[in-house]
Ligand binder design. Structure first.
Ligand SMILES: [Zn+2]
Length: 224
């Protein structure tokens, strides 16, 4: 039941919002001839892509560029080292590059000095590729603790998790990925997707629909 409460709350709020808009539309009928549809709620959403860069990154960049949308890429250091040109390309397109550790371990199982190495090595690789050291950090699997957060802060990295999971890594099909995002996206959402770590062709196909619908709802795209 607990997992349905936020949904029920969202539905209730959406209904209240609709009633409010209807009330405004009725009371204001003479003042203005056009009223925004109820679903055009506006607000901001951050699209984030983890585990790259990979061979799928150029396709993601292409979709983003065609939609005029910028996103955040939490990159794995050893992937950056293997494909620094893709990191540079994303950065030059206006996207933000964040640190996602060197080899994607569960950082909570490492010693403090190992964590330090995972983060500092990755920041150095990103700096080498883009000329700029990252300021955002996402721990692999979202697994973190106070020691990891403190280490990140010492390196000038702000931890960023997510609150909307596309579950694209499960490869559930394009429609499911679209639905997973659009059913929960709201003002302030940070959406987790992946441009690396496996076959991301479903993510590539889902992305144009996700962006188009969020734009239709009036959201703007931001960096977390
Ligand atoms: Zn990851």
């Amino acid at each position: 039941m607990r997992r349905f409460l936020p949904l029920l709350l969202s539905i209730s709020l959406a209904c209240l919002g609709t009633l409010f808009l209807l009330a405004v539309a009725v009371s204001d009928a003479h003042a203005q001839t056009s009223t925004l549809p109820a679903q055009q709620v506006g607000g901001s959403v951050a699209l984030t892509f983890d585990d790259g860069p990979s061979t799928f990154t150029p396709q993601i960049l292409n979709v983003l560029q065609q939609s005029g949308v910028r996103a955040t890429f939490f990159e794995v250091g050893q992937q950056v080292q293997a494909r620094p040109g893709l990191t540079q390309e994303a950065y030059q397109a206006g996207d933000v590059i964040g640190n996602h550790s060197w080899s994607h371990p569960n950082l909570t199982l490492l010693t403090p000095s190992q964590v330090q190495g995972q983060l500092s090595r990755t920041s150095a690789a990103i700096q080498q590729a883009t000329g700029v050291s990252p300021t955002l950090f996402r721990p692999p699997y979202g697994a973190t603790n106070t020691t990891i957060s403190a280490t990140a802060e010492q390196l000038g990295l702000r931890p960023v998790l997510w609150n909307v999971d596309s579950l694209d890594w499960e490869r559930p099909g394009v429609n499911a990925i679209v639905r997973n995002v659009l059913s929960t996206a709201n003002n302030g959402s940070i959406v987790l997707m992946h441009d690396g770590g496996g076959d991301r062709s479903e993510t590539v196909q889902a992305l144009p629909q996700i962006i188009a619908e969020l734009q239709q709802r009036g959201f703007v795209f931001v960096t977390p």
